[in-house]
Design a protein around this ligand. Structure first.
Ligand SMILES: C[C@](O)(CO)[C@H](O)COP(=O)(O)OP(=O)(O)OC[C@H]1O[C@@H](n2ccc(N)nc2=O)[C@H](O)[C@@H]1O
Ligand SMILES: Nc1ncnc2c1ncn2[C@@H]1O[C@H](COP(=O)(O)OP(=O)(O)OP(=O)(O)O)[C@@H](O)[C@H]1O
Length: 294
């Protein structure tokens, strides 16, 4: 393919995640801190004159038309009325159902890339609004800044977090987000806290920053429970999103390397650096537009 624009679709971590309630439509109200990693998928885009959206290679187990990349592209076509199409190449590195937001990040990269390639200039707030209809995590990838998020993840306030190295382990299991949110033992009534308190990392039940999904996910998956136990020996290991990936912040890259050398060969693990500006925004040279969100 004659690729015209090659862009990253980074992973995210939920550095903490509280479930503070449930909306009338069944969706859970969250408070979470999002941070990006300098590790993720890569997408390449080339415009087509015939309006066709073509994604390759195909992703195993996901129909072409159901892929969030194709859905994002078609949504933008529909909303803008453009007659242009695109060839999209996906280099998939992020595990599915891993809590790293891979599908949402692919969708956000597609919206920003095609907005540029098709010369639409829709603006970040409009793209985030479109993205939200595809998934709760898409807006934070559109705005591209570490953020405190409330609601179902769409009410975002940019924040600056420390940027440690991380080891991330995928314990070889896909966790279904609906299964976690439907679990009878899920904590759904954590009292809301202020953003300032969350940023101070105030101890909650003796632990700094926790994920309310953890207990339910450990029930659903012994593999996740084992990975969490193992990684906890090296620092404050946590689950991201609804799992299945677990991560541990570290002081240095060398420390991450030492842990990676000891990781069970059955697990897929990687190291990455946390970042406050998404690698996607760095690549597109977008600066500080989060403050203009509606
Ligand atoms: C947990 C997070 O990863 C935090 O970053 C996200 O909020 C998950 O968002 P997501 O993957 O985009 O989730 P979706 O695919 O939209 O939701 C799948 C299903 O999980 C449940 N769900 C999801 C998000 C949410 N805040 N409350 C829910 O109850 C709903 O039943 C929904 O139908
Ligand atoms: N391009 C895509 N990449 C990944 N998943 C996709 C894609 N398109 C559709 N999907 C579907 O979306 C589901 C969720 O994918 P994703 O990788 O975002 O999960 P996740 O990392 O658990 O995200 P979250 O943190 O939002 O729960 C997948 O299980 C898959 O069925």
């Amino acid at each position: 393919m004659n690729a015209r624009l090659s862009l990253p679709a980074p992973a995210k971590l939920n550095r903490m995640l509280h479930i503070v309630g449930r909306r009338a439509d069944g969706y859970h109200e969250l408070q979470t801190l999002f941070q990006f990693l300098d590790h993720g998928d890569t997408l390449a885009f080339a415009p087509r004159e015939d309006g066709i959206i073509r994604l390759h290679p195909a992703m195993k187990g996901i129909d072409h038309d159901a892929n969030l990349i194709v859905r994002a592209a078609r949504l933008l076509q529909h909303e803008s009325g453009t007659t242009q199409g695109a060839d999209i190449h996906l280099d998939k590195r992020l595990p599915l159902g891993g809590g790293l937001g891979g599908g949402s990040s692919d969708a956000a990269t597609t919206l920003l890339a095609l907005d540029r390639l098709w010369s639409l200039s829709a603006g970040l707030p409009r793209l985030a609004e479109l993205g939200l209809s595809l998934g709760a995590d898409v807006p934070v990838f559109i705005y591209g800044h570490s953020a405190w998020a409330e609601g179902i993840g769409e009410r975002l306030t940019p924040v600056t977090l420390a940027t440690p190295w991380f080891v991330v382990i995928h314990p070889g299991e896909e966790i279904s987000t609906p299964a976690v949110f439907g679990h009878p033992e899920l904590t759904r009534n954590t009292p809301p806290i202020s953003m300032a308190r969350a940023l101070r990392g105030e101890a909650e039940q003796g632990r700094l920053w926790r994920n309310d999904c953890e207990a339910a996910v450990k029930r659903l998956s012994l593999k996740v429970a084992h990975a969490l136990d193992w990684l906890s020996a090296f620092g404050p290991a946590m689950l991201t999103g609804t799992g299945s990936c677990v991560f541990c912040p570290l002081m240095s890259e060398q420390q991450a390397d030492r842990i990676l050398r000891r990781v069970d060969s059955h697990w897929h693990a990687f190291k990455a650096r946390g970042c406050n500006i998404s690698p996607l925004h760095d690549a597109l040279d977008i600066h500080d537009e989060m403050s203009v969100k509606s």
